[in-house]
Write a protein that binds this ligand. Sequence first.
Ligand code: MG
Length: 379
Amino acid sequence: MSGNIARATRPGGPALVDRYEALLCDLDGVVYRGRDALPGAGPTLSRIVAHGIRLAYVTNNASRPPEVVAAQLRGLGAPTPPGCVVTSAQAGAAHLRRLLPVGAAVVALGGPGVQQALKEEHLLAVPATRREAAAVLQGYGPDLRVSDFTEAARHVSKGAAWVATNSDATVPVEWGVAPGNGSYVDVLRRATGREPVVVGKPEPPLYELAIARLGTRRVLAVGDRLDTDIDGARAAGVDSAWALTGVDRPTDLVANPDRALPTFVIGSLADLERPYAVPVPTGSGWACGGAEARVQLVSGRPELVISAASRSPTLAVVRAGLAALLEARAHDRSLLPALVAAAASLDALVDALVDALVDAQGDAEGDAEVDAVVEAAEG
Ligand SMILES: [Mg+2]
């Protein structure tokens, strides 16, 4: 599917999202944080879908079946067109289906999402205790036991195909981060001396599965993590928008020269519906939407100098500041530690932007509550 899409004209000019036919949207840190929707995410995605842009949610989390994820998204007010949730368990099962005949026994080393994905590909999901199996599909499963890994190691050592849904070392939990699938993959890797095929972001198969489902390569991948979402977009050969509502901050981008640079930097999903202000070089620095930033050497040490029309933190400052820091990094790699230190001011700015986003929503909800109380009193 591709071709012309008739879209209504937007009042403020063409929006960033209008350059694409589809979005590949990450979940945690983009649509929600923990249990709470990120303010405006659901309505923004609903309008984008109504505007004729296709949508897939692309998640490295293999433990939950797609319809469980979709139900959570609906509960948060996000649109869920049919087949919109694409998981790394599905990418892993699809990969195995190309290697194995229908009905082949595959150890489902993970949560219900892993078992279900195998079933959908007409493979036989079996427990690790099974005597013989053609393959092991390993994804995150909070209820896995040490004995499951012992048995899985037996299959992997005997030469069973081994596919890992993703290699994220950690998963976010309420108090911080806990071991993720990548940590448990390391357990089997050390025990067996083998390497799995990994299908989740940043490896291409998961994004490729979503792209095939959407039927277009004119896609924009949106994510908050540079090492999975943004690197993965580069590996899959598609554009990316780095959302600042999640875990990574400007220092993370500046500190890792081997990371892919995102095509766009957005404060939140809401920026997809706005025209994109690109930073432009001024000769001495970088300008973006009323903000200017340059890197200046003070006693041989680089400092980030920012001037902005507005005193409140803006995304334009972040974009201009990042452009200046990345240019300085490309110019002289030895400045890297000092540039990372200079990027900390942008981290603080991003934190303030995200706090303002969340506070604005809280205020709006507070106003709605007051309205409801007033209406009840008046009624
Ligand atoms: Mg994320």
